[in-house]
Design a protein around this ligand. Structure first.
Ligand SMILES: NC(=O)c1ccc[n+]([C@@H]2O[C@H](COP(=O)([O-])OP(=O)(O)OC[C@H]3O[C@@H](n4cnc5c(N)ncnc54)[C@H](OP(=O)(O)O)[C@@H]3O)[C@@H](O)[C@H]2O)c1
Length: 327
C-alpha cells in the first residue's frame, strides 16, 4: 500500500521534498497546492504531478490524499496544519512547527482528537549518520561528554522580499536555523539545560540575524550553540568527551562523522551517503507510522517539538522578540 501525499507551498523546500519522494517506495505524490493556480500549475508541470490546486483549501478536500507536507513560512504553519487536521489529513509540517509553544501544543491536541499523525519535519534526527553518532555515544566511545558546540549559519541578503528577515513571516536566525543546533544538543545530551544564556544582534527588520546561546547544565557539559543568517559561521557539531571527540560536518544534513581520541588522533571516519537528498528518511518514517497506525514514534514525537518551541520562546523572551500575533 502507498501513502498518497499532497504538498502545500511551492518554494525552495517543496522542490527538495519532491526529489526525495522519488526514492520513497511506499509514497505517491498526488497533488500540489499554491496560493495561485498559475504557480501550482507551473510546479506540477515541472515535477510531473497530475493535480494542481490554486488554493490550500482545495487540496485538503481531495479525498485521495492521505498525508500533507506543509512547506510554507513559519507564520503559516499553524493555520495550514489546523486546516489539514480538520480534514483528517496526516501532516508533516516544516520546522519550526509553529511560532510558539502554545500553538504547537494546540496542534498536538487537535491531531490527537482527530486521530491523525502530526510531525515536525526535523529531518536531521532521521539521518543515518545521526543514528550512527548516537550509537557511538551509547557505546561510550568518547567517554563522558564535557563540551559540545554546534553551529548553523549562512549569508542571506537582507532584502524586503527575504522570508528570513521578514518578522511577519517568523523570520530570524533562531527560528530558521537555530533550532537545529538546539535540537541536536538535546538529542545528544538527552536532557534539558538548567539555564539558558542567549545574546543576539538584530536586523533592521527587527529579527535576530546572528545569535550565541550557552546551555548550562548542573554537573553536565559546557554547551555553546550559534546560528546566523548574516554570516558564514560554520555548520559543524563537535562533541568532546573524556576519551575523545566526534566531529559532524554540516551536522543538520550530515553524511559524514569523524571520531578522534583524546590526543586528537583520528580513530574512525564514517560516511553514509543519502539515497536522494536526505529528506527521504523523514518521509519514510511518516509513511511507516501511518501504515502501522502509530500516531507518534519516539524519533521525533510532538513532545520533543513542544520542548524545542518552549526553548525558543524562552530565548525570544530574553531578547524581547515578539512576532505579530503577540505570543
Ligand atoms: N528542512 C529543511 O532543510 C528546510 C530548508 C528550508 C526551509 N525549510 C522550512 O520550510 C518552510 C518554507 O521554506 P522555503 O525556504 O521553502 O520558503 P520559500 O521558498 O519562501 O517558499 C515558501 C512557500 O510558501 C508559500 N506561502 C504561503 N504563504 C506565504 C506567505 N505569506 N509568504 C510567502 N510564501 C508563502 C509560497 O508558495 P505558494 O505561493 O505557491 O503557495 C512559497 O513558495 C519554512 O518553514 C522553513 O523553515 C526547511
Amino acid at each position: 500500500m502507498k501513502i498518497r501525499w499532497g504538498i502545500i507551498g511551492t518554494g525552495y523546500i517543496s522542490k527538495a521534498f519532491v526529489e526525495a519522494m522519488k526514492v520513497v517506495e511506499d509514497a505517491q505524490l498526488i497533488a500540489v497546492a499554491s496560493r495561485t493556480q498559475e504557480r501550482a500549475n507551473q510546479f506540477a508541470k515541472e515535477y510531473g504531478i497530475t493535480t494542481s490546486y490554486g488554493s490550500y483549501e482545495e487540496l485538503v478536500h481531495d479525498p485521495r490524499i492521505d498525508a500533507v507536507y506543509i512547506a510554507t513560512p513559519h507564520s503559516e504553519h499553524f493555520a495550514n496544519a489546523s486546516l489539514c487536521i480538520a480534514h483528517r489529513k496526516h501532516v508533516l509540517c516544516e520546522k519550526p512547527m509553529t511560532l510558539n509553544q502554545e500553538d504547537t501544543k494546540m496542534l498536538a491536541e487537535l491531531a490527537k482528537d482527530a486521530n491523525v499523525f502530526l510531525m515536525e519535519a526535523m529531518w536531521t534526527k532521521f539521518l543515518p549518520i545521526t543514528n550512527h553518532v548516537k550509537q557511538w555515544l551509547e557505546q561510550d566511545v568518547i567517554g563522558t561528554i564535557e563540551f559540545m558546540d554546534a553551529k548553523f549559519g549562512f549569508i542571506a541578503e537582507e532584502t524586503k522580499e527575504s522570508r528570513l528577515y521578514n518578522k511577519a513571516l517568523g523570520g530570524g536566525a533562531l527560528l530558521d536555523v537555530g533550532l537545529y543546533p538546539i535540537t541536536y544538543a538535546l538529542e545528544v545530551l538527552g536532557k534539558m539545560p538548567n539555564e539558558i544564556h542567549a545574546v543576539a544582534k538584530f536586523s533592521e527588520t527587527g529579527v535576530d540575524k546572528v545569535n550565541a546561546l550557552q546551555f548550562e547544565y548542573e554537573d553536565g557539559p559546557v554547551v555553546t550553540l550559534h546560528s546566523s543568517i548574516c554570516g558564514e559561521i560554520g555548520t559543524d557539531a563537535v562533541i568532546t568527551g573524556t576519551k575523545g571527540k566526534i566531529v559532524v560536518e554540516d551536522f543538520y544534513g550530515a553524511t559524514k562523522a569523524t571520531r578522534y581520541d583524546q590526543t586528537g588522533a583520528l580513530v574512525e571516519k564514517v560516511e553514509l551517503a543519502f539515497d536522494a537528498n536526505g529528506y527521504e528518511y523523514e518521509i519514510r518514517e511518516v509513511n511507516a507510522c501511518i501504515l502501522q497506525g502509530e500516531l507518534e514514534r519516539s524519533i521525533h514525537p510532538m513532545k520533543d517539538a513542544e520542548m524545542i518551541m518552549g526553548i525558543l520562546d524562552t530565548i525570544r523572551k530574553k531578547w524581547g522578540l515578539v512576532y505579530p500575533g503577540g505570543k
